[in-house]
Design a protein around this ligand. Structure first.
Ligand code: 9UX
Length: 72
């Protein structure tokens, strides 16, 4: 079954930033949905824990160039 993770994402200043985060996360295996809210500095991700975990998602967001913290 699926899990949900909410991240704080700091450093996004435009909608293209949010788009690049979404695209990178969605490229990972085991991602069902990723929604990035640039105004609230949040990324909500639905994923399949058999294939990917919160830390891998968090590191992927960091690799795009933003500071990501798991909220819950
Ligand atoms: Mo454009 Mo958003 O280079 O940080 S993608 S400002």
């Amino acid at each position: 079954s699926e899990a949900k993770a909410l991240f704080s994402v700091l450093g996004m200043t435009c909608s293209a930033c949010a788009g690049s985060v979404e695209k990178a996360v969605k490229r990972l295996p085991g991602i069902k949905e990723a929604a990035v809210d640039v105004l609230n500095n949040r990324a909500q991700v639905m994923f399949y824990p058999a294939f990917v975990n919160e830390e891998t998602i968090r590191e992927t967001i960091e690799d795009v160039g933003f500071e990501a913290t798991l909220i819950n």
